[in-house]
Design a protein around this ligand. Structure first.
Ligand code: FAD
Length: 368
């Protein structure tokens, strides 16, 4: 595995569970890439609605992707629970808010989800206001979401893999050669690793051998308020909005509100992101107050991170085109972590010689 963020940790756990011998390398501290910046809302609902995916891919394929994502969110929660990973994981409901005045698009979305066998209910304006005190035209309320500390989850999974014999090393993968019987990974100096298979879990830093056309680099910002358990909205639901550049909110176990969004593809490099941070902080603060006026104004933290997206909201998982035995596990968008779990399960299938139609759905060279 190249990369020891949440994706590398999930893939390592999944493969060691099935008896594979695993080495994970990372050039930084494990969990300190995008994983460390993540707000870790563990949603199965995809950044593109089921209705949008149906328009692009048809009902069967769109429903398959949504169902896989739903199973992945449930699998992720069970995994963390089963191994008692100390990562503050909590079952949550997700509240997907309308941004228009009628809520009719969300009502149609809810009907489509029901047709695909997915759980959740549509709340009209009055029910939403009564139960959650939020004045929007409507919302979809869904079960089977969660939140967690993503760095603790990563470290917990790596620990399990290490206990099964995996090793985690600090190294920078600078070259890949898959022409021979083994894949050779150059480490920038005199050292190299030979492996039967290599899984790229490098997050938003893709090696040159991966050239997707459907992915777009962007950046995302988040704020965390002071602890304010007395001001939180009912039922501590995960909140997000039905738009492409949505804002989202969750609470933490110590009662802070985390509020994120303000994605911006004009500032991808860390320095450019930093320059925008104080303006983004202010916009997030104002939008949080608009969403939840009871919130305290005191912002304790503001941060940003790389946050790539794909046009169809789906991950990139499977064989890297033109590279024998090099696989990719890139879970983009607001479901990045759910997709990490999905990638780990799918790649384990691939390593055992199995197949799945999802490899076509998530192909690295798909055009969307
Ligand atoms: C502000 C923000 C909020 C987010 N909120 C959510 C959310 O609420 N829910 C959700 O599911 N997702 C969310 N995401 C997305 C989620 O965080 C990512 O999808 C996920 O963390 C990606 O994990 P990763 O392990 O693939 O990548 P990373 O965590 O970036 O890890 C990749 C690792 O690979 C290493 N690496 C890269 N290249 C090399 C190389 N050549 N050699 C050696 N090592 C290398 C890096 O050092 C790094 O440690 C959010 C992201 C951001 C930035």
């Amino acid at each position: 595995m190249i990369g020891a963020g949440i994706t590398g940790a999930m893939v390592a756990e999944s493969l060691t569970r099935r008896g594979h011998e695993v080495v994970v390398i990372d050039r930084e501290t494990p969990g300190h890439g995008s994983t460390g910046a993540s707000t870790a809302m563990l949603l199965w609902e995809i950044d593109r609605t089921l209705s949008e995916l149906i328009q692009t891919y048809g009902f069967e394929r769109a429903a398959r992707c949504y169902t896989a994502s739903h199973r992945a969110a449930q699998g992720l929660l069970s995994l963390a629970r089963h191994y008692r990973i100390p990562c503050h994981i909590r079952d949550r409901l997700s509240l997907y808010l309308a941004v228009d005045d009628s809520g009719s698009a969300l009502r149609d979305e809810s009907d489509l989800r029901t047709r695909a066998g997915l759980p959740g209910v549509f709340l009209d304006h009055a029910s939403l206001l009564r139960r959650f005190e939020i004045a929007r035209a409507g919302a979809i309320l869904s079960p089977d979401a969660a939140d967690a500390d993503p760095v603790e989850l990563t470290h917990g999974l790596l620990k399990i893999s290490i206990a099964r014999g995996a090793s985690v090393r600090k190294a920078d993968a600078t070259a890949f050669d898959s022409a021979g019987a083994k894949v050779v990974v150059g480490l920038g100096g005199r050292h190299e690793i030979e492996a039967n298979r290599v899984v790229l879990c490098t997050g938003y830093v893709m090696p040159d051998i991966v050239r997707p056309t459907i992915q777009r680099p962007t950046s995302s910002w988040a704020i965390a308020t002071e602890p304010q358990p007395q001001n939180l909205w009912p039922e501590d639901v995960l909140i997000w909005e039905a738009s492409h550049d949505y804002n989202y909110a969750r609470s933490t176990s110590d009662g802070r509100i985390i509020f994120g969004g303000e994605d911006d593809d004009s500032a991808v490099e860390p320095q450019a992101r930093e320059a925008l941070t104080s303006a983004k902080r202010e916009r997030l603060r104002r939008k949080l107050r608009a969403l939840w006026p009871k919130s305290s104004d005191k912002i304790d933290y503001c941060w940003s991170g790389a946050f790539d997206t794909t046009e169809d909201g789906l991950p990139l998982i499977g064989t890297v085109p033109g590279q024998k035995n090099i696989f990719a596990a890139y879970g983009y968008g607001g479901n990045g972590i759910t997709f990490s779990y999905l990638a780990a399960e799918l790649l384990a299938t691939l390593c055992s010689g199995g197949s799945s139609p999802l490899f076509d759905d998530f192909a690295i060279d798909r055009s969307g």
